[in-house]
Design a protein around this ligand. Structure first.
Ligand code: PLP
Length: 463
């Protein structure tokens, strides 16, 4: 952390960063590169202008061990010394076998195979294709439809975007997206639940909507219902209401369709258990994981496949027609194995579960009373603070205000020093009205205090 003139100098330098000439990288903003990070240690990132930033979100809920973890770095180097790359249809490796075994065991054997790829979007693409292949092999080739949820996010590749329900992200690509996808309301208690309605009754109402959608498209035509176990970016950290997931699963089961749970963000420990679905005792047919799997040390994601689905494929063609060049990449698998070892050895799930109530309590105490904080919700180490222009009516800020982006940029200034994740899609603009927190699993109670205090100062500084 910096003080006095150093901070002011850094602030000035940082502000000029926004007007430096474009670089050769095609950045999100073509005309203004974001701040440059020159080093990272633990929870802190250091910019080229010397600002120290507390990484309260691990990028986009990725760096769940913080930065520069020696055990993971060593595993990567050891793997490079062994074999850096093999083509998965030709050869397998110890690390990919070990990772897949670890992943399937972590589901108590419910999911019996893991298909290891390089990102969350790729895992979703694989899930959609595998769902389709499953029904072709079962002799139900008429099943071509997917039902997904509005204001959802499953990635930016075309298949994944096709099941994503965030209108602004879809808008210009609409002509390229899968027309066999339709959308139902997401669970969003803050805005969706009626006065006096219980969580169970709300879940029931959402179930009736899903049932009606099955009937509309023809129940025998549906491949799968696709949902984030806990909504991430585009709603802004919203846990499922009680009985929601079991209601949805029973409707899928009734109509012989698959349940695909996207745990790219909410999985691998983010909500306090390795798999978020275990907290609702609902086992998916297909499950995607990514971010926390490799903690950012390597790009990696995976599709976990339920043994019933595997059985059908094994008895059918015995193959999955979807190989990718970097599938099961040995170095990425070595990194992910090491990350999972650290999570286990250092008792990090216990740490998340112990500190989540502290984080919640401090957030509510420090921010709950702010005139623009409409709702604070989350689970484990995945929290959303929804900002509204008017609290009693829950009126969101207009998308044109780009509030969440302003909050993010403000947090990066030296006097605040915190990286916050802009999320939410109330106005269905790319920038929403939710500030998301997704810190590393190994933070301490003191770190929780730093996160809440800095977040509150940013909110107070902007609003
Ligand atoms: N699914 C969910 C729930 C996500 O949050 C994301 C990324 O934020 C993705 C899929 C896409 O993952 P990736 O960006 O690694 O392709």
């Amino acid at each position: 952390p910096q003080t006095g003139t150093t901070a002011q100098a850094a602030a000035a330098a940082h502000q000029t960063n926004g007007t430096t000439k474009p670089t050769s990288v095609l950045h999100a903003n073509l005309n203004s590169p974001p701040p440059k990070i020159v080093s990272a240690q633990g929870n802190y990132l250091t910019t080229s202008t010397g600002t120290q930033i507390f990484d309260a979100t691990g990028g986009a809920a990725v760096s769940c061990l913080g930065h520069n973890h020696p055990h993971v770095k060593k595993a990567i180097i050891d793997q490079l010394d062994t074999v850096e790359y093999t083509y998965s249809p030709f050869f397998t490796t110890d690390t990919s076998e070990k990772l897949a075994e670890r992943l399937t065991k972590s589901t108590d054997g419910q999911m019996s195979k893991a298909f290891i790829v390089s990102s969350g979007s790729e895992a979703i693409e694989a899930a959609l294709k595998l769902a389709r292949q499953y029904f072709v092999e079962k002799g139900e080739p008429q099943r071509t439809r997917f039902i997904a949820r509005e204001q959802s996010y499953h990635g930016n590749t075309l298949g994944a975007l096709g099941v994503g329900g965030h209108k602004a992200r879809r808008k210009i690509y609409e002509p390229l997206l899968n027309e066999n996808v339709s959308f139902v309301s997401p669970p969003y208690p803050y805005r969706g639940m009626r006065d006096g309605e219980s969580e169970e009754a709300y879940a029931q109402r959402l179930g009736e909507e899903l049932e009606a959608e099955f009937q509309r498209v023809g129940p025998g035509n549906v491949c799968a219902f696709v949902a984030e176990t806990m909504s991430g970016l585009t709603l802004g950290a919203v846990p499922p209401p009680k009985t929601y997931l079991s209601t949805m699963k029973s409707i899928c089961t009734k109509h012989g369709a698959l349940l695909i749970l996207d745990e790219v963000m909410s999985g691998m420990g983010r909500t306090g258990t390795l798999h978020a679905w275990t907290q609702d005792s609902v086992v998916p047919h297909l499950q995607t994981v990514a971010k926390g799997l490799g903690a950012g040390y390597q790009p990696i994601g995976a599709l976990l496949v339920h043994r019933d689905v595997v059985d059908v494929l094994s008895k059918g063609t015995g193959s999955f027609v979807h190989s990718q060049t970097y599938q099961g990449h040995p170095v990425a698998c070595a990194a992910a194995c090491a990350v999972q070892e650290v999570v286990e050895r250092e008792g990090l799930m216990e740490n998340v579960r112990a500190l989540a109530p502290v984080l919640e309590k401090l957030l509510r105490e420090r921010l709950g009373g702010h005139k623009n904080v409409g709702n604070i919700r989350g689970r484990g180490f995945m929290w959303g603070i929804e900002l509204v222009a008017d609290k009693p009516t829950k009126t969101p800020f207009p998308a044109s205000k780009k509030l969440a982006a302003t909050i993010h940029a403000t947090g990066l200034r030296p006097e605040y020093g915190i990286s916050l994740l802009p999320g939410g899609g109330v106005a269905d603009g790319i920038d929403g009205d939710v500030i998301m927190l997704a810190p590393a699993y190994n933070i301490t109670r003191e770190d929780v205090e730093v996160i809440v205090e800095r977040t509150a100062r940013v909110v107070e500084g902007v609003l």
